[in-house]
Write a protein that binds this ligand. Structure first.
Ligand code: ATP
Ligand code: MG
Length: 255
């Protein structure tokens, strides 16, 4: 599937422009990183991709069709892990939270429970089913938000700052999950400031500034430009790119 933003524009009262004629095409191929300064429009962009916010001008096309014409289907095919996990955790317990999506879709527990168990195990939350979501740690909440998205078996997974609250082991495990999903043909889009944790895995680096895409290229092509773009200065030359990962060495997948 492809999602294309054409001249996407979003203004707020007072004249502030959140998105300023943004053009971007995302598809289910590979691993895309989106970065940019605080307030450059990254989270706002993701919310527009799922119709959670409406643009003032421009449009979002899904496989060439206006998003409004295929909104429900798009929300089944595309999953978003929010920047703040609290925004998507709805259940009192982990099990209730995981069941929320499939039960709203009219599915029966016997049908979806194996998927939920496997998504929880995948995110290191096996055995947490009866835990109160309010008592989970920050990292556990983030894992739960990812697990709930995985349970819906999306074609495209969007993650907004997924490494926040995760320690090295948690970030490493999440990267391994994303690598495996990508190998299964699921498109991965990660919004992050933490390039040193995951740049080695990206096929594409998109840089936003002022609500527009200012760079869109493979990381190797942008490496030398990153400091000039005001982004984190990464140590060393391009030969250091393969080291820009928090994935445990033994879990590294080539490519
Ligand atoms: N509902 C809103 N009302 C007013 N301004 C908003 C609203 N939503 C977003 N903005 C503004 O739009 C701009 C882009 O916000 P966005 O949350 O997308 O930034 P971001 O790139 O995700 O930043 P960060 O890296 O800090 O998460 C910001 O200046 C923000 O204040
Ligand atoms: Mg954000």
């Amino acid at each position: 599937m492809t999602i294309e933003c054409q001249a996407l524009t979003r203004r707020f009262p007072g004249g502030r422009c959140g998105l300023d004629g943004l053009d971007l095409r995302l598809d289910t191929a590979g691993f895309t990183l989106i970065t940019g300064h605080n307030g450059s429009g990254k989270s706002l962009l993701l919310r527009h991709l799922l119709g959670l916010e409406q643009p003032d001008a421009g449009r979002v096309l899904v496989d060439g069709r206006p998003l409004a014409a295929c909104l429900a289907g798009t929300r089944r095919r595309v999953a978003l892990v929010f920047q703040e996990p609290e925004h998507q955790i709805l259940g009192l317990t982990v099990a209730e939270d995981m069941a929320f999506g499939p039960s709203c879709a009219g599915r029966k527990p016997a049908d979806y429970e194996p998927e939920l168990r496997s998504a929880l195990a995948c995110c290191g939350l096996a055995g947490f089913e009866e835990h109160l979501t309010a008592n989970l740690s920050g990292g556990e909440k983030r894992r739960l938000a990812v697990a709930a998205c995985l349970a819906s078996q999306p074609e495209l997974l969007l993650l907004d700052e997924p490494f926040n609250d995760l320690d090295w082991r948690g970030a490493s495990e999440l990267l391994a999950i994303l690598q495996a999903l990508r190998a299964d043909g699921i498109g991965i889009v990660v919004v992050t400031h933490d390039l040193e944790k995951c740049l080695a895995h990206a096929d594409r680096l998109v840089v936003l500034d002022g609500g527009r895409v200012v760079r869109d290229a493979p990381p190797a092509e942008l490496w030398a430009e990153l400091p000039a773009l005001g982004l984190r200065r990464l140590p060393g030359g391009l030969d250091q790119l393969p080291a820009m990962t928090w994935l445990k060495a033994e879990a590294c997948v080539a490519g």
